[in-house]
Design a protein around this ligand. Sequence first.
Ligand code: EPS
Length: 362
Amino acid sequence: MLRYLTAGESHGPALTAILEGMPPGVSIAQEDFDELLKKRNGGYGRGKRSQMEPEKVEVLSGIVNGKTIGSPIAIMIRNADYENHKAYMAPFNATNPEIGEINIPLPGHADLAGIIKYGFKDCRYVRERASARETAIRTAISVPARNFLKEKAITSICMVESIGGIKANIDLDKPKEELEKAINKNGNDFLTPDPDIISQWKSLIDDCEEKNISLGGSGIIVFYGLPIGLGSYVEYDRRLDGILAQSIMSIPAIKGIEIGNAYEISQKKGNSSDRILYDNNKGFYRTSNLAGGLEGGMTNGQPLIIRFYMKPLPANPNIESVDLKTKKSVKPEYYRSDTQAVTAAAVIVESIASITLASSLL
Ligand code: EPS
């Protein structure tokens, strides 16, 4: 089983993670971290913050000469933006602790519930840790898990399905190689196999960026080559759909996940199951994948299809809040935001699901 923890504030000195439970001998290269983080940091419509972060992973333990050695893997990403915030974010002797104080909780953020729960006066203490910046290190710590899966011939693709209500045309029945080729051809801005959607998404994002409005959307992750029987039906906390949902729903701004076409199936009358067939050469097989690869909380040998839904990032101006000091109604000042981070979320969901699946496999 894999365990991991992350630590780090969005504008603190660094993000860190420790992953425990990786077997020895898994090959890892510095470029695996670099390429994955570049992909997460990309996406058309990302804000100024992501552009200023070089996202360099420093490996501190657990990997020697390009291979895991079975000991805990510790990694770190320094926050470049710390330099602009250390007057109040420094762990000790902050020179100007007051200037960072935030007295207006942002609607849609953890701010208000967080300060009430922990008894803070400053929303910053909540927001710094609740920030989706944390997903940079969670993505990075998935590299050993991803490589472990790859060594077992388990691969995945992630893609954006919709942005701001505009949906790409995606046929998941196409072979993995074909989908992957199309996604790569269209580039990391959108991670979509549908070339015809890109100009529509671009003009929507450009328009919203001008107005400081953000966009949500949905994405799809497919895992191929999983063996039958990951997870179990014997106890609720071993059901893989439940474990996956927990890990993915913990990503900020993700408000829902589906296995397969859950919503579509819920609208059906009568049978929604995949036929079981047998062939002397193929063994047991199916001709459809309505279950999305999971039955009874276990993988069933079909591709695992995960869909996620992300809300527009809560940075839109003109949403009322209350000043904590005066208790008067106010509209928080617009700061900066990603216009859309669905592309990044697709990479993040794939990463976190990879850790969950590697753990289950182990
Ligand atoms: C985030 C706010 C923004 C995002 C950040 C998540 O950062 P900042 O407050 O510095 O402008 O850019 O996401 C990242 C930095 C990242 O790497 O994904 C938030 O409040 O959740």
